[in-house]
Write a protein that binds this ligand. Structure first.
Ligand SMILES: Cc1ncc(COP(=O)(O)O)c(C=O)c1O
Length: 449
């Protein structure tokens, strides 16, 4: 076992060295070579060293270099060294993080991480939290708490009786809400389409002047950080109006919530702490390995009411039992990586990383604008939308950039316009990565013109 694990660590270190300079998108040859994985289930065992070597030799070249400094697709963080190393060790521990009795260490680290996270994100101290797979499940978990609360206030126990015959809930979302919000509403029986949609402005922000009248049980979902523009809904105004009507306010802040951790950007997060629940991703701007999302609920008892599980064999101790707060019973010890990330970079390191990524986004926007290309959004955070002219020209440039391999940017459709998205979310990205990428983008744009 020792040799095998050392070999895995050596291969991982070599991969991470290489990932800084290799092309971001794998070569067509590397993708074709994946055919060698396709075989019937082996009848006989294979030596574990051989299994690992196959994985590294065929698998590593076929990865997209998301762990490197010049992957700018979707909203993808890297993995901080301490978080990655802690993840290795915690994987070796193989703890089932559902119960204190099963894993004291991961339960305690989650408790500590929860206090640190609410502190650094500017959320109410004492808020409840759930360590889930990602932003989608964080939205789901927080909205389950919201559903519990608004129905309990109407005298209905949704966990016991379900939604059959329950009082209707009015759900309000912005026109540019992330699709994971609608998906979560669908999974919760609240309906993907049975929502009141508030129009958004040209940056994707909910129009507070068009906010509807609320009557009866209501949940309002606002957004901190639009996946295309990075824009924030006007939280103070909307939360005040929703609360005046007795509604629950949920914030989808998959990456934008982290603005609260960086003083020069924290004005963007102003007012968010007055909400009732929040969803964010640790695998985005905290740069922990996949998968890692976080749901926070102001009143931990409400989160617990929505998520708790009990059975005689599930022993209860004096500690917070994690499985009372998450959809899953058995799961990996996500709090370990989160604790390690925060412990290793501290408040200042986190703020520096977030600020640097946003500085890099502004640098991209300035360079591309200076070169004559149109930036479609106000670059308030880490997202940049660029047009290279016609939809066809923009699509050709994106394909050329990905094929050339210095960096990777993806496409989007922003309010009817085809655009290239640049999203910077990694601890590794520096200004020199931006300059190198801009040079490659300009060359690709010139060639594709
Ligand atoms: C605003 C927003 N919400 C939710 C999500 C979903 O997060 P995940 O992919 O971690 O489920 C994303 C992903 O980019 C996002 O940007």
């Amino acid at each position: 076992m020792n040799d095998l694990l050392l070999s895995a660590a050596t291969r991982a270190a070599r991969y991470l060295d290489d990932v800084q300079s290799r092309r971001v998108r794998p070569t067509p040859d590397a993708i074709r070579a994946l055919d060698r994985f396709i075989e019937p289930l082996p009848q006989l065992p294979t030596d574990p060293h051989q299994v690992l070597s196959l994985l590294d030799e065929l698998g590593s070249p076929a990865t997209v270099a998301m762990a490197g400094p010049r992957f700018f697709g979707f909203v993808i963080g890297g993995a901080l060294p301490a978080a990655l190393a802690a993840n290795f060790l915690a994987t070796a521990w193989d703890q089932n993080a559902g119960l204190f009795a099963a894993t004291p260490i991961s339960t305690v680290l989650e408790e500590v991480a929860l206090v640190w996270l609410t502190d650094v994100l500017g959320l109410p101290s004492g808020a409840g939290g759930a360590f889930v797979t990602g932003g989608t499940m964080a939205n789901f978990t927080a909205l389950a708490a919201a559903r519990h609360s608004v129905l309990a206030q109407a005298g209905w126990d949704v966990e016991r009786d379900g939604l059959f015959g329950a009082p209707p809930i009015q759900v309000v979302i912005g026109d540019e809400a992330h699709p994971s919000v609608r998906k979560s509403l669908g999974m919760l029986g609240l309906g993907r389409e049975r929502v009141t949609v508030v129009p958004a402005d040209h940056q994707g922000r909910m129009r507070a002047d068009l906010f509807p009248e609320l009557t009866g049980p209501a949940i309002v979902c606002i957004q901190a950080g639009n996946v295309n523009t990075g824009a924030f809904d006007p939280a103070p105004e909307i939360i005040a109006r929703a609360h005046a009507a007795g509604a629950w306010v949920h914030v989808d802040g998959a990456f934008g919530l982290w603005a609260g951790a960086a003083p020069p950007l924290s004005h963007l997060a102003e007012g968010l702490s007055a909400a009732d629940s929040w969803a964010t991703d640790a695998h985005k701007w905290l740069n922990v390995p996949y998968d890692s999302g976080l749901a926070f609920v102001r009143d931990p008892e409400i989160l617990r009411a929505a998520m708790s599980i009990s059975a005689p064999y599930l022993t209860e101790g004096s500690h917070r039992e994690p499985s009372h707060y998450t959809p899953e019973l058995s799961r990996r010890a996500r709090g370990v990586d989160i604790w390690a990330a925060l412990k290793s970079i501290g408040r200042e390191g986190l703020a520096e990383m977030i600020e640097r990524d946003c500085r890099c986004a502004r640098r991209f926007a300035a360079s591309l604008t200076a070169a004559g290309y149109e930036v479609l959004n106000d670059v308030v955070l880490n997202q940049v939308l660029v047009s290279f002219g016609t939809p066809e020209a923009t699509t050709r440039v994106i394909e050329a950039i990905q094929a050339e391999g210095t960096s990777w940017c993806g496409p989007t459709l922003w309010q009817g316009r085809t655009a290239m998205r640049i999203s910077i979310c990694s601890w590794r990205t520096t200004e020199s990565d931006v300059d190198r990428s801009v040079a490659a983008i300009l060359a690709a744009a010139a060639a594709a013109a």
